[in-house]
Design a protein around this ligand. Structure first.
Ligand code: BG6
Length: 469
């Protein structure tokens, strides 16, 4: 649709950017922090580990000053569960409580609203050893952790996100360094874990509304429109399959409190429907989010499954689609270019995804990740000319504005990432930030902070409220 007049971004639009604790903080075993699954060395051996990362733990004041300089209205970060509860449950670590108190206060002192992700891939290792999300006790541990966050930070934090990319943890756990466990029954285990995470999410949403009536809470999956490889009805059906399994399974439950029917029939077909205990469905339908936060990097394109040995299952990368035997298979979209890391670039697909979410759920939307991973180069004179990143973000923000003009209730945009950090499985060489962190894959150098060209560009975008892109 071509619009004669493009609507401006709303006056109170939440401009900012995102990070996650295990990818940015470092200080992996300091001040009483317990180990998380991310600290257990599951990352590829030729990439940086998560021990020091960007050392934000020791640089947070300097980092927040930089975010303030860009004019951030919000900053989305995650709390490391293991700083609060070193063993996932039990005794609270006061040093951890204090660190996030300081971080939140520092943000507020700079007029930046915190948006907190409660759990971003870094499950406490102590819980993992007791079965992780396969164990229903983890649901209670998460609720207890949530309660502790609301008690300590609920007086100042208005925006909460429950679980980052639960769908990617289930579909691509190994790409995210999450150990999947063994053999044949793996899908069965995963969808049981999924059920438990959905319950945990429902419980904390309910608790948040009870304990912090002025706060808002929502899920934060990775959502993208899915294209059929052709107009062949079987390809269109395959796209519908993948969308139900990848997207709607998660959001239909979070928002509508029910299992998506196509996703359920997929689980039946694969023999991996979860065991649902009495009271579970009431808990799931009794909680409602206030908004939907979602991460968008690119669309996916799929074709009809061949339903034979040539169908492959996706695993290796969270944005590269291979397929699911009997359900769909990944296809190449020749209309799209790719990033240096092989991810499709699709700004128009961003508008489509926003529209689909708006039409399906009619809730405010918050973009909590979107961005370009690239091999940035620090040039002479300490400059980083990341014009490719500016181009990527500009095109996506343009499409976000068109989506607003289409009627989508978009409340904010937080690209990935505020500053450079360690990628999930491709190390420090894959950078996303507005701020360059001076270290290499294994050489920590001085960890200095250097403003990239995109820093100055984004600052102007924010100060003109998206008027100048
Ligand atoms: C999302 C995650 O999958 O994408 C982030 O929420 C992640 O944690 C981001 O870093 C980019 O992915 P990657 O693999 O390039 O780090």
């Amino acid at each position: 649709m071509y619009h004669k007049t493009i609507k401006p971004f709303p006056k109170d639009f939440l401009w900012g950017a995102s990070t996650s604790a295990y990818q940015v903080e470092g200080a992996w075993n300091e001040d009483g922090k317990g180990p998380s699954v991310m600290d257990m060395g599951n990352h590829p051996k030729n990439t940086a580990d998560f021990k020091v990362t960007s050392d934000h733990y020791h640089h947070y004041k300097e980092d927040i000053a930089l975010l303030a300089e860009m004019g951030f209205k919000v900053y989305r970060f995650s709390i490391a569960w293991t700083r609060i509860f070193p063993n996932g449950t039990g005794e609270v670590n006061q040093n951890g409580i204090e660190f996030y108190n300081n971080l939140i206060n520092e943000l507020l002192a700079h007029n930046i609203e915190p948006i907190i992700t409660m759990y971003h891939f870094d499950l406490p290792q102590a819980l993992q050893l007791k079965g992780g999300w396969s164990n229903r006790e983890t649901i209670d541990a998460f609720e207890n952790y949530g309660r502790t966050l609301f008690i300590n930070y609920g007086d100042r934090v208005k925006y909460w996100l429950t679980i980052n990319e639960q769908n990617m943890m289930i579909l691509h756990g190994s790409a995210l360094g999450i150990v999947a466990s063994d053999g044949e029954s793996i899908q069965k285990k995963l969808y049981q874990q999924n059920h438990h995470m959905l319950l945990a999410q429902a419980k904390v949403m309910k608790l948040c509304h009870k304990m912090c009536p002025n706060a808002k809470i929502g899920p934060a999956p990775n959502i993208s429109s899915i294209y059929p490889a052709s107009s062949k009805p079987e390809d269109v059906l395959a796209a519908n399959n993948w969308s139900s399994i990848r997207n709607w399974l998660y959001l239909d439950m979070a928002v509508l409190g029910r299992y998506n029917t196509v996703a359920w029939s997929f689980m039946e077909e694969k023999g991996c429907t979860p065991t649902i205990e009495s009271g579970d469905m009431e808990s799931l339908s009794g909680a409602k989010p206030d908004f939907i936060a979602f991460n968008y990097y690119c669309t996916a394109t799929v074709a009809e499954s061949e339903n034979d040995a040539t169908d492959k299952s996706s695993t290796g990368d969270q944005q590269i689609v291979l397929g699911e035997p009997g359900i769909y298979r990944g296809a190449i979209n020749s209309n799209l270019s790719k990033t240096e890391f092989g991810w499709d670039i699709d700004p128009v697909g961003f508008r489509l995804t926003l529209r689909e979410l708006n039409e399906r759920y009619n809730l405010p939307l918050l973009v909590t990740e979107n961005g370009l991973g690239a091999f940035d180069k620090l040039e002479e004179g300490n400059v980083v000319n990341d014009d490719y990143r500016i181009d990527f973000l500009r095109k996506h923000i343009e499409q976000a504005q068109l989506a607003i003009t289409d009627g989508v209730k978009l409340i904010g945009y937080c690209p990935w990432s505020a500053i450079d950090l360690v990628s999930t499985h491709q190390g420090f060489q894959k950078r996303y930030g507005f701020v360059y962190v001076n270290r290499d894959e294994f050489d920590l150098k001085d960890l200095g902070r250097i403003r990239k060209k995109s820093f100055y560009w984004y600052k102007n975008v924010i100060s003109t409220n998206g008027g100048e892109l």
